[in-house]
Design a protein around this ligand. Sequence first.
Ligand SMILES: [Fe+2]
Length: 444
Amino acid sequence: MSRSLAFLSDVHGNLPALEAALRDLDARGVDEIYFLGDAIGKGPSVHEVLSLLRERCRGAVYGNWDRLILSSKDGERFGVPYYRARLNAEERAWLASLPETLELRFAGRSVLGYHGRFSIDRVVTPMLNNERENVEKAMYRFGPHDITVMGDAHHSFLLTNQGRYLLNTGAVGNPCDRMPLVSYLLLHERDGAFSIEHVRVPYDVRRAVSLALRSPDLPMLETYIRETVTAVYSRSYAPQTALPRSPWEDLPLSVYEDYAAREGLSSALSHVLAEQMRDLPAGSVCLLGVGGGSGLAFASALSYEHILGVDVSESFLSACRARFAHLGPRLELLRLDLRDPKARLPHAELLLADLVIEEAGLAAFVRQVALCAPRLLSCVVNLCHTPPGGPFAPAFADIEKQRCDVDPQALVRALEKQGLRMTRLQTYPGGGARLLLRLDFVRP
Ligand SMILES: [Fe+2]
């Protein structure tokens, strides 16, 4: 006896890619086809793609784009109104009827299919960082299934743990793994034997581009064509060309200081900074996110030969320069965006990074730690973040969008890989609901 199932995902309105996948499936005589979301959005072929999926798939779940297009009140984001306007009532009803997950039995195993919006953060990033434990946690997000299949990542993968599988189909119509080939997944059962196959199929990329060009109103047309031709996710282009401006550069220092003072954050941070410098004596110190001079008053009283203050905002640094001119050549102020892959943080014996990892992202921070090679490192992350509200909300809106929570365990693991050993873990009240976690590290 033999049976085979196909899982397709992330067609994104790319008709030539979907047709190539279906031709390949027909040639193989695959029994059942399941679709794991993101039928439309990005590419131009809304009706054709939906009609083929409805005709050929035995089961389907919704993807984040499908939901966004159906239900978002968020007017212009990603060109949502363009796709929404192209849906007829029947197509809208079909998309709205799609469940979040599908479950079936195959080869004596339980199979769960879902799109997996969380998979980028919870699976792909930990996987790339070799954080096995976090990947395994994600594998059980939806319960104890033998096989979990998802899409969304636009990048195929296979993970195993104690006989269970976490599989990603890759994308049919919008692969982002630098191979412009259709990607889908097959599960086979033959005479009791079970096997998994990741399939890549060439398709008519030129036709996909010409269909897009025939839809001149297609939102983000150039981005779509570039992604289709290169199979590189468009956001990956940003660091290679110009780093997007940091929203901190547009925040007036007076607004930040007013906010931090009212919230009790500045006094909380000053207290922690003083303790960090007192507990970790060193010849030189680097303060990341020095702002208008956080910690410099205390640093100036200690016998550092060299004090380096780093911030992304030139206006913060010029205020700092004026306020601490009396430190003379002991103080060096450097404008540096920690997210910039070309940036190189100079060496300092003690590196202080309080509430900056959330802004830079863990990977970018760790890259700079590797370059700076400090003997001592102390950092603070906020365990209970609440976005600035009331009159401060608009000024911080863009900052909030790029901010990410830091998993302390992941931070410790990443720094341990850099040869640093954790020596202290301590919490402090941070003003308001904030809970600040201080972590110290030493290079043995
Ligand atoms: Fe997608």
